[in-house]
Design a protein around this ligand. Structure first.
Ligand code: ZN
Length: 103
């Protein structure tokens, strides 16, 4: 799987398993996660949080609250969402690609 092909959409069971394994393994040290993407704090200045800003984004497995399917919210997608689209840090992916498209 090349990095370019990564989308997080409709992941295979193997991809989900690997993403969860890595998330558990690097939960306390996201900087060592093989898919970690560095955060740019100057692009996160819109965020007010007592929890502190992330230094890195890593792939997150989440369950769609509409259809229940598991997908992967990729580190690079999180960076785009928080830093370019200026999403709030408390906002997380809740819908899979298919359900988001249907909305
Ligand atoms: Zn869904």
């Amino acid at each position: 799987m090349t990095r370019k092909a990564r989308s997080g959409r409709n992941p295979s069971p193997e991809q989900l398993r690997e993403a969860k394994r890595l998330a558990d393994l690097y939960g306390k040290h996201p900087e060592n996660h093989p898919n970690a993407v560095a955060a740019n704090h100057s692009q996160l200045a819109h965020i007010n949080t007592y929890l502190g800003l992330p230094d890195h984004y890593v792939d997150i497995v989440f369950q769609c609250r509409n259809c229940g399917k598991e997908e992967i919210w990729l580190a690079e997608s999180q960076k785009w969402y928080y830093e370019t689209a200026k999403g709030h840090i408390d906002s997380k992916a809740v819908l899979c690609h298919d359900c988001r498209k249907k909305k």
